[in-house]
Design a protein around this ligand. Structure first.
Ligand SMILES: *[C@@H]1O[C@H](CO)[C@@H](O)[C@H](O)[C@H]1NC(C)=O
Ligand SMILES: *[C@@H]1O[C@H](CO)[C@@H](O)[C@H](O)[C@H]1NC(C)=O
Ligand SMILES: *[C@@H]1O[C@H](CO)[C@@H](O)[C@H](O)[C@H]1NC(C)=O
Ligand SMILES: *[C@@H]1O[C@H](CO)[C@@H](O)[C@H](O)[C@H]1NC(C)=O
Length: 423
């Protein structure tokens, strides 16, 4: 059952009335924290220019309590100040995930792009390129080109040669909220030279709004990848080896045969090393093997779903993309603070004003003994994408979907996140 607009209005909508008629959509309708808010039916979200990132996403749980479901910072200015840069909620670009050896070839010409992961003595910058390099798209401010009550459009111009990529790319990112939905349309045009483009959306989720008083992990979130019987094999630094693996029924990476709790296979020895050297958990790229002429928007044809009994919140991810990444926050270690809208006892509010009761009278957080931070496995990142490092594995047949030039079709990525609440 979806909550009615009326019930949502009662809890979080009073502030909307004031915000519905901002003083002109001329770029000044940004709140005191540097965030741009948009509103749908039963859903509100904020975005920031840095990375075109989602910063708050609020819906009511099964008890009518507003929950902020995404990890982030309270202020837009906190994002660039955070040097650990976990790619919070933005658009990684111009090439998401990893590029092996930070090199690729187009029409026989070899390109070297900026390395930024897995540094060694011989390669102080790193052995590979993650999410577009040291100054990839989600490290930069996008322009706001339009902002209406229920939508916002960002743009970025990525110059020729930036991070080593050939040619200029111009991209527009439009987010829209509807009836418990968050939709995105991302287009990118290579204006001057042939270049790889592969984008994604890198949002950290906890469907309990980081407020579950029984557990602070996502092990009890139920996950389903109905079209994903296969995945991309990776080496111990998560670089694709070129092999495609089968996710045997009942194995650690089987989320296709039936929905399964994310923690379900953590007793299986195969989970160790599943996300790289000495890493326990998920950071994998599953293929989305759909029948031809499939309509990605058709009801029930979601590529992934995630739900939590505690909040009753369910998310279905619809997308036109042919691969899907799940990262189970293996690298979180309790150092990242929750927002003031999150934590045990919190009530999320629009505009980010804190109504949190998670601090006790001594001012200590009571977030399940974790002092209001995100622990390991406290979140999941869901990423619609194409086959990772497809640019270096031409035998997969992805070059038409990953290499663009002035004469080609534009790059397009669309998704629709559809929420519902089981009461
Ligand atoms: C790896 O990168 C180095 C330095 O950029 C380059 O010289 C070498 O050719 C690359 N190796 C392969 C297999 O592409
Ligand atoms: C999580 O799920 C398991 C297995 O379904 C169940 O035994 C356990 O009680 C749940 N824990 C919480 C905190 O919901
Ligand atoms: C592997 O991980 C464990 C647990 O996090 C840690 O104690 C150990 O030092 C790690 N081993 C190596 C070789 O990094
Ligand atoms: C926790 O993770 C952060 C961000 O990656 C890192 O800067 C910090 O050193 C880590 N702390 C510990 C105790 O491992």
């Amino acid at each position: 059952m979806r909550p009615s607009l009326v019930s949502v209005s009662a809890a979080i909508w009073p502030l909307v009335a004031a915000l519905e008629t901002p003083a002109g959509h001329d770029g000044h309708d940004v709140d005191a924290n540097g965030k741009y808010w948009i509103y749908g039916d039963g859903i509100a979200a904020s975005f920031i220019q840095y990375g075109a990132s989602v910063s708050n996403l609020i819906i009511e749980d099964k008890n009518g309590v507003p929950r902020d479901l995404v990890m982030g910072w309270d202020k837009a200015s906190d994002y660039p100040a955070d040097t650990t840069h976990p790619h919070l909620g933005g658009v990684p670009g111009r090439y998401a995930n990893r590029i092996k050896n930070s090199t690729f070839e187009i029409d026989g010409k070899k390109y070297h792009v900026s390395a930024n992961e897995n540094p060694t003595k011989d390669h102080p910058d790193g052995l590979d390129t993650l999410h577009g390099g040291k100054d990839g798209w989600d490290w930069r401010d996008f322009d706001v080109v339009a902002h209406t009550k229920n939508s916002i459009t960002f743009s970025i111009v990525d110059p020729d040669g930036k991070e080593g990529f050939p040619g200029e790319v111009i991209s527009y990112v439009t987010y829209t909220l509807g009836d418990l939905t968050w939709d995105a349309k991302i287009v990118a045009i290579a204006t001057t030279k042939k270049t790889p483009i592969m984008l994604s959306s890198h949002t950290y989720w906890n469907l309990d709004g980081f407020a579950n008083d029984e557990t602070d992990t996502i092990f009890n979130h139920t996950f389903h990848l109905p079209y994903s019987g296969q995945r991309v094999a990776v080496d111990n630094i998560l670089i694709p080896t070129g092999e495609i693996l089968n996710n045997r029924k009942g194995s650690v990476n089987d989320f296709w045969s039936a929905p399964k709790q994310i923690g379900h296979s953590f007793n299986d020895p195969e989970i160790h090393g599943n996300c790289g050297f000495n890493c326990t958990g998920y950071d994998n790229c599953w293929l989305v093997n759909r029948p031809p002429l499939h309509d990605w928007r058709a009801d029930g044809a979601y590529v992934a779903s995630l739900s939590s009994d505690w909040s009753g919140i369910r998310l279905e991810v619809y997308s036109d993309q042919d691969a899907f990444q799940l990262y189970s926050c293996n690298g979180q270690n309790g150092s990242f603070p929750l927002k003031s809208t999150q934590g045990v006892g919190s009530r999320a509010t629009i505009g980010g004003e804190s109504q949190s009761t998670r601090r006790d009278e001594k001012g200590h957080g009571n977030g399940h003994g974790k002092h209001g931070t995100v622990p390991q496995y406290g979140c999941v990142v869901l990423e619609v994408e194409d086959y990772i490092d497809g640019i270096n594995n031409p035998e997969w047949g992805r070059l038409d979907k990953q290499v663009f030039g002035p004469g080609s079709d534009p790059y397009v990525l669309q998704f629709s996140y559809r929420f519902s609440v089981d009461k």
